[in-house]
Design a protein around this ligand. Structure first.
Ligand code: SF4
Ligand code: SF4
Length: 374
């Protein structure tokens, strides 16, 4: 069966413009009641990577979240909002700061919905996910469209990694340090959660070394929606100038028959994809290596590497990167007053770069990667 994906234009984060875009995107798919029955209890799961306001497109924009919450409240849904911010977000005081800065507390107060924390977990097979999943009838996922140095992009499937409870995130990065294996775990999570609906905030997306503040804003002016987050990611990949099969989660999910990624298996509604021209979309530096065709990659991959590089001038010695590193590879050298990375331990997961609030971690590539222009 073909998956349906809607694409609508949204020129800004003006409240009325976003409301209209979200209404249109969901309306093209049959309206919100095609996904969520009236009166149900719903977890709205935005991407709240860190305590960062909307001036840098790291998190789902608060107006986007508000528009979806209002849509759900209009059908008398009981709405909870929550996310498990970045890998160091195990401590509730961090999560409270994220909810404040990202506008979640304000939305919850204005719109009359609850805020939830993901510190308690339940096992869904071998995956420890937020226990609140047992209390809700369904999940509505609201990713921010961004490049990702480890998984190529973050959108519908990757957004659900935030449901992994607290410190287990670090363990997953440690245990599945290869991007292919990590992407396979992301697909496992998608299989367990299967959101009722996913709506991507691509009004302002992120390009470059995402998904943290090292990336830069890219205005796309779009909102995309679907029940099939895999098909949605496939369409988003195309808009970003990627071949959908070069995104590991797309490829793995399709192989496991969890969603469609081929053009002829997706019905597009709304804007004509061929008329969406976003110009050059800068990909994440390290992820370029992942997108080399498989036969070639098998031969040269071990010479194509990327590592994090601390930019001493930008670094403010906050040590958040050290707390986020699953391998304990980052330390603060008191004598030299600088952050140091033990490259012997580093697994190139780029959690440190994702975590750094000051864009002080760049991507360093191997000689061959630089020579062939990756
Ligand atoms: S998170 Fe960034 S600013 Fe903070 S210590 Fe690490 S590199 Fe420096
Ligand atoms: S130093 Fe950075 S990239 Fe290397 S393992 Fe630690 S968090 Fe991952």
């Amino acid at each position: 069966m073909r998956s349906r994906v809607s694409i609508v234009r949204c020129g800004s984060y003006d409240r009325e413009a976003v409301r209209q875009a979200v209404d249109d995107a969901v309306g093209l798919l049959g309206g919100i009641t095609a996904f969520v029955k009236p009166g149900r209890k719903v977890l709205v799961k935005p991407n709240l990577l860190m305590a960062q306001g909307p001036e840098i497109p790291v998190c789902t924009h608060p107006e986007f979240i508000r528009a979806v919450v209002r849509m759900l409240k209009a059908i008398n849904a009981e709405v909870l909002i929550g996310d498990g911010p970045s890998v160091w977000g195990g401590r509730s005081e961090n999560v409270d700061e994220v909810y404040d800065v990202c506008g979640i507390r304000e939305i919850a107060r204005d719109e009359g919905c609850g805020i939830v924390y993901f510190d308690k977990h339940s096992w869904f097979g071998k995956i420890p996910l937020a226990a609140v999943l047992n209390e809700v009838d369904c999940v509505v996922s609201l990713p921010k469209l961004k490049t990702h140095n480890f998984t190529v992009l973050t959108a519908g499937v990757k957004n659900l990694f935030g449901l992994v409870s607290s410190s287990f995130k670090l363990k997953f990065h440690r245990d599945f340090f290869d991007a292919e294996h990590f992407s396979s775990v992301l697909v496992d999570i998608y299989e367990k959660v299967r959101p009722a609906l996913t709506i991507i905030d691509a009004v302002t997306a992120m390009q470059g070394d995402g998904p943290g503040p090292s990336g830069t804003a890219k205005q796309l002016g779009l909102a995309l929606a679907s029940r099939d987050a895999v098909a949605l990611d496939s369409v988003a990949s195309t808009i970003m100038g990627l071949h959908p099969e070069n995104v590991p989660t797309n490829r793995i999910a399709e192989k496991r028959q969890l969603g469609n990624i081929k053009k002829d298996s997706i019905e597009l509604l709304g804007e004509d994809l061929s008329e969406i021209n976003v110009g050059h979309f800068q990909q994440a530096g390290a992820s370029i290596i992942l997108r080399i065709p498989a036969p070639l990659a098998a031969v040269i991959k071990r010479f194509l590497k990327a590592w994090p590089l601390v930019l001493s001038r930008e670094c403010r010695r906050c040590r958040k990167c050290a707390a986020a590193c699953p391998e304990g590879a980052i330390s603060f050298n008191e004598n030299k007053d600088r952050i140091e990375i033990d490259y012997g331990k580093c697994i190139s997961c780029f959690c440190c770069q994702e975590t750094c609030p000051y864009a002080a971690i760049a991507t360093r590539k191997s000689l061959l990667a630089r020579l062939i222009g990756l």
